[in-house]
Design a protein around this ligand. Structure first.
Ligand SMILES: [Fe+2]
Length: 160
């Protein structure tokens, strides 16, 4: 996992500010993930092409929804959502997806790796929200962990 500068402090102080900063850090990861899945959707090759191409598109839509959930949670806490592509490039902590055409099995393995990185980040973020006594944010992360872990299982099932 790449270590990056965390999201800058925005307009919230104390524990709530930390929670908003982390929401924006994880938003950056999800924006990056969304376009990585699209990269896979466009460049995947092999006998399983059409099934995997479609599955990746569904998963890209899921990543986009997840990003929306975290951005709107930041606003719900009276913080600012920081979701431009340029901020995502600066802040994302997940590894870059391989460039060029990619075999279906390799693309799936690469995405499983990214989903596990994201799930791990959500677990840390949910613990931080729990420490801040922010049940709503903690619950949002837990829901996203369930969603991404399910998609990891969908992908991993292709590799057995
Ligand atoms: Fe498409």
């Amino acid at each position: 996992m790449v270590s990056k500068t965390p999201a800058k402090k925005n307009n919230k102080a104390g524990a709530a500010g930390t929670v908003v900063d982390t929401l924006n850090a994880r938003l950056a990861d999800l924006i990056d993930l969304h376009w990585q899945i699209k990269q896979a959707h466009w460049n995947v090759t092999g006998m399983d092409f059409i099934a995997v191409h479609r599955l990746f598109d569904e998963q890209a839509a899921m990543a986009r929804e997840m990003a929306d959930t975290l951005a709107e949670r930041a606003r719900g806490l009276e913080g600012v959502a920081e979701g431009t592509i340029r901020l995502a490039v600066e802040r994302s902590t997940i590894d870059e997806f391989p460039h060029g055409l990619i075999d279906a099995k390799k693309a799936i393995a690469e995405l499983v790796d990214r989903y596990e990185q994201i799930s791990g980040q959500f677990k840390t973020a949910s613990d931080e929200a729990a420490d801040a006594d922010d049940k709503g944010t903690e619950d949002a992360y837990i829901e996203l962990i369930r969603l991404i872990d399910k998609q990891t299982y969908f992908l991993r099932s292709h590799l057995k």
